[in-house]
Design a protein around this ligand. Structure first.
Ligand code: AKG
Ligand code: FE2
Length: 279
């Protein structure tokens, strides 16, 4: 399949699907099902969508958060905590951290978030649960940035660790997965082909990085998976997985998900980082 080239017909098809609101990852999957090789399908998708976005050249790479890993350190020092570097990958850009949070910090985050999850459940029940998103079967809540001393401390630590200003971060999100719950593979950046994206980008621009922190160790299952590269990060209390994406494109290989929890609950806190100030 090395001699495939992008035809005008394929580009027209991509454009019409994108205009109809089809997501990039679904487009890629259907191209591959029709026999296009992944490399050619990705190149066609990116070139066509970049053109549609009005860019003469392919989308420019944004600056992204990135830990100071020169010299391959196995720990990084932040103002208030030493964090271990457990694994590093280049494509997708993934870094796994050990001990980003202490056990006590994890417990305190769960305790602060739990009552607010319970409240959102009540609201869901009163509407008959019609808004349930089958792709994400967890319960979630957001903290305001700097809302509590604990939140502020964690936000400062992450900012230092990945060298990205606190002001460019969204508020911390906490998710709870019960047994069987999962988060199907997705990208964290906003799909440039989606009609609602322009509006979202007005506040802080694109997402360029994610830190998912594990607040407990589930009894079974619940890995964070990167299915395109066969990577699974096991959820271990206090550890975290960081990944970045300099363009909102599938070629960053940052497609990821939360595998079904098989036993017990899984709690995570997610910090998303934006290109610009998220005010
Ligand atoms: O639960 C996980 O492991 C992944 C969470 C995630 O993808 C997200 O919060 O965007
Ligand atoms: Fe995600």
């Amino acid at each position: 399949m090395s001699s495939q080239t992008v035809t005008a017909e394929l580009r027209r098809w991509i454009l019409s699907q994108a205009q109809a609101g089809c997501r990039s990852e679904d487009l890629l999957a259907s191209m591959m099902r029709s026999g296009w090789s992944e490399d050619v399908a990705l190149a066609a998708l990116e070139a066509t969508l970049a053109e549609r976005a009005g860019a003469a050249a392919p989308l420019a790479a944004a600056a992204v958060p990135e830990p100071a890993l020169d010299g391959a350190p196995n720990r990084l020092h932040t103002l208030d905590r030493e964090v271990r570097v457990l694994a590093v990958m280049s494509l997708p850009r993934v870094v796994v951290f050990g001990g980003l949070l202490s056990d006590e910090e994890c417990d305190e985050l769960v305790a602060l978030a739990r009552p607010r999850l319970a409240r959102s459940e009540t609201v869901d029940n009163s509407t008959g649960g019609s808004e349930v998103n089958a792709a994400r079967t967890s319960d979630g809540m957001f903290f305001e940035r700097g809302e509590k001393p604990l939140i502020e401390r964690i936000e400062r630590r992450i900012a230092e660790l990945v060298r990205w200003p606190v002001e460019r971060g969204e508020g911390l999100q906490v998710l709870r997965y019960r047994p069987g719950a999962q988060y199907k593979p997705h990208h964290d950046f906003f799909d440039p082909a989606h009609p609602g994206t322009a509006n979202i980008l007005r506040r802080g621009g694109q997402r360029v990085g994610t830190v998912v922190m594990y607040l407990n160790t589930p009894a079974g299952g619940g890995a964070t998976t990167f299915p395109e590269v066969g990577l699974e990060v096991q959820p271990v209390k206090g550890n975290a997985v960081f990944f970045s994406y300099e363009r909102p494109l599938a070629s960053t290989r940052t497609l990821h998900g939360g595998a079904p929890v098989l036993d017990g609950e899984k709690w995570v806190a997610t910090k998303w980082m934006r290109e610009g100030v998220f005010a």
